[in-house]
Design a protein around this ligand. Sequence first.
Ligand SMILES: [Fe+2]
Length: 305
Amino acid sequence: MSTDELIIAINMIEVSNCPEAFERMRTAGPKMCNLTASYPGFLGYQAQIQSGALPLAGRYGGAALHMMQTLNPLPIWQYTVWENEDAHSDFHRSAFARAFEICAHCFPVLVEGPWEMTYRVVASNLPAIRSPAQIAAFPSETGVPMPYAPPQRSVAIAENLVKAGQEAAFERNVKALMAEIAKAPGFLGYMLMRYMDLNPWGSLMLDPISTLELGQTFGANPPFAPEPRFEPEQTRIGPAPYLLHTEWETPELAAAGLDRATLDRRARELLIQGLEHVMAGPYVKLFTPMMEQAGWRETLITDEQ
Ligand SMILES: [Fe+2]
């Protein structure tokens, strides 16, 4: 399978930070997973909850590594990974009524969203997921140490808006910078994602009449004849938003490791060059994976660039 066509759809919501929200997500999550997994072209998912943000040397002094108790509303970013954009669109169109009913289960705790952008993976080096016991056992079975990541880890996502025409230079710079950051203790892997488009179905952006009908039901009755409000092609704008996804053993190691970009001589030179291409960023959010089916990572590893 070619990974050139692979897309990651990131469904972003913000929910009220209360026990009811977690209870509703716990009951809706497995149903949405079951529905999504029944469609061809689905490669896996990674649902994650924001656990903090990097203060970036105090510039954002209100940010902290552990904010899950205090962030309100609480952002949830759910990746679903697809063989190609058509498989993802077909899922949304044909599964709409069931997906809407499951989505509506969380409407009582929803503050913002959903907002679903799709991305292409332009660089990656993400290890497979294994439990700590499997990771410890693996070298003795094969004699060859392999990089793995544990299910409980910290995901740091840096948002960057890159100047039009400088995308290739930015991507080269990130790869070089990640080679330096990868030397830090606790680093597990990374991928760089480039925005492709906005999905109207995943964002629940329907035609005007259907949009009003969304608020006329608890979820059992979807809009009568929903049509997307726009086509994804209409949302392919420049300059290019990128997400740099890195994984770490703990939030503390993520903070220390990413600090190398400012403190290590070679990494700092690369950071200074890279920021020349960036209009907005870096902002770094920390996430904790809640649920995942991580087979998609091995697809990326197979075609490692
Ligand atoms: Fe989607």
